[in-house]
Design a binder for this molecule. Structure first.
Ligand code: GLN
Length: 237
């Protein structure tokens, strides 16, 4: 069948549509629960997670998103999308927000600080290079980026970087262990995979490198192949 990629409103257009087109698939915008039924896979883009959660709540999207994840559909969260997918989020100055969950990890929502502390870094991701080829590193665009502090045993760590020094000292909501480590070099996880879930703290859609989108497309193809194999095993009506 045709693969349709949903992107959670309102930020699909910000780079993902173009990146998807470059790997040969089309993205459609998802605002309402019923629209999820027409897509094979979903990208939950960056933005501002509190605002995105409010919009999703307004459209009663959370139950459908949780079902979509539980049914094993491929979902990729970038930045705020990673926060959405996490089982646990900390560092929420303005109070909590609803999460989709499913990704067994704890994220710090503003681990890398505020807007002015946004930065770019070269990231090494051996798993993607093994599957996609190309240069050994990736440009990571971090915009008020979250960091992954802890992962469960079923989570595959795809990339980690050294945490810039301000992340351990400055943030008043940083966990104690990070404050204690101020000064010493600390690694923080910035990309993970857990079964059907992919999550990145940075924004691959804002670079010309399409290997992340192409990698996600392969995840999607593998999943739909498994699905069609298991369907064909069912007795026909
Ligand atoms: N830290 C932001 C948040 O809390 C995410 C930023 C982003 O998606 N670029 O939502």
């Amino acid at each position: 069948g045709t693969l349709r990629f949903g992107g959670l409103y309102p930020n699909l257009a910000a780079g993902n549509n173009g990146a998807l087109k470059r790997v040969g698939v089309k993205g459609v915008e998802i605002r309402k629960p019923e629209q999820l039924q027409s897509v094979t896979a979903l990208i939950i883009p960056g933005g501002e997670s509190t605002t995105m959660a409010k919009l999703a709540e307004y459209h009663n999207l959370f139950p459908a998103l949780r079902d979509f994840v539980k049914m094993g559909n491929p979902v990729w969260g970038t930045c705020a999308g990673l926060i959405f997918l996490a089982d646990k989020a900390i560092g929420q100055k303005l109070g909590g927000q609803e999460l989709i969950g499913g990704l067994n990890c704890t994220v710090h929502r503003n681990f890398f600080g505020s807007q002015i502390q946004s930065f770019e870094a070269e990231i090494s991701v051996p798993e993607i290079v093994a599957k996609e080829g190309g240069p050994p590193s990736f440009r990571g665009v971090f915009i008020r980026a979250p960091g992954i502090l802890e992962v469960g045993p079923e989570v595959q760590v795809l990339a980690e970087i050294s945490a810039p020094s301000h992340t351990s000292a400055k943030s008043d909501s940083a966990p104690e262990s990070l404050e204690e480590n101020a000064g010493s070099e600390k690694k923080v996880i910035v990309a993970v995979k857990q079964g059907n879930l992919l999550a990145t703290a940075f924004h691959p859609e804002l670079t010309a490198d399409t290997r992340w989108h192409s990698y996600f497309l392969k995840m999607v193809n593998e999943t739909s192949q498994e699905a069609s194999t298991s369907t064909s095993l069912l007795p026909s009506e």
